[in-house]
Design a protein around this ligand. Sequence first.
Ligand code: AMP
Length: 394
Amino acid sequence: MDVLVLNCGSSSAKFAVIDPATSKEEVSGIAQRLGSPDASLDWKRNGEKASRPIPGAGHEAALRAVGELLNQLGLTEELVGIGHRVVHGGSKFSGSMAITPEVIAKVEECIPLGPLHNPPNLVGIRIAQELFPELPQVGVFDTAFHQTMPPVAYTYPVPHEWLETHGVRRYGFHGTSHRFVAKQALQLTGLSPENHRLVTAHLGNGCSCAAVRDGKSVDTTMGLTPLEGVMMGTRSGSIDPAIIGHISGALNKPADQILDALNKKAGLLGVSGLSNDMRTIEDAAAGGHERARLAFDLFCYILAKAIAALVVPLGRLDALVFTGGIGENSVAVRERTVAHLGFLGLTIDPQANATHGRSQHGRVTEEMRPQALVVPTNEELMIALDTAEIARRS
Ligand code: AMP
């Protein structure tokens, strides 16, 4: 019993076939550089990598190539459903949903909120329906987990009609990851499912933190869009909004170009002038590169402030969970961030911190309560589990 998980971006389509019962990944891969002569289909099966050129392929041709590949690998027979990552579900979805014409219409209504992500997500759904008409399709929304936030967490202090008429509020993202690692953390720490207070820190190319109280998200750092919150690889995170008007006037460029720079040229890349990749930043900082050092210091400082702020809605902290490419792999980011948070009762255990990472979850602080721990995320598995559950019921 397998699930095909699809994550369609603007110029790529990630896919994986997963057995949700055993968590086994039969195959995973990516069709990338779509629409260009260099488009390729790359995949990994049983630890071995392979690649096939699909020159000029768009989403449709790429997904057909994925379908053919799965056929050749003998993986289509076992499929019980297809799970789609959908980025923006607005306030319309508080959980994963079987795809129906009504669901598609609601995802379309959310396009103004997620103009870069929802259109390719919808293309993926349409083509998957054409290719596998007999299989149930399920939408799993990045925003859904955060729909439990109370008004005081999701309301911006702006004219209220912006919320009522234009949906201007905090939605939050990375919900599938926050939900997955929060559940895993309960198993690892032995905390009660009915009584726990966690901060989950998803630190990858995009970064966000969430406050999770008794299994529910009660606040998070990302907002209307994934630009708000902590500093990221190329995204600024939260800044004074007046900077946009100021730089727009100073450079004589329209606001959308400034916003584009805040999304693509800010964060670690903008501050260091070097790279958006934490590995490069750490190496350069160790070698004496001053702006790389500033980028690293700023990243951990802003992150620690955000984590501390999220303890307000929780009232106490039981565990801080690190996940994502940086959270799972960067010993230095965990060490520095936890050092800022000593007043919460967290003290790094250098030995445990050096040992734990992507391939080994576990506690990285001295104490049990509160504790900081590493929990590798697996959004694809979470999507496969939701899809199998909904397919079973339909
Ligand atoms: P993700 O989006 O979760 O795949 O995370 C990707 C990011 O993780 C990369 O851009 C790197 O900045 C970061 N990363 C991966 N490996 C390491 C490492 N060993 N040390 C520090 N950062 C890492």
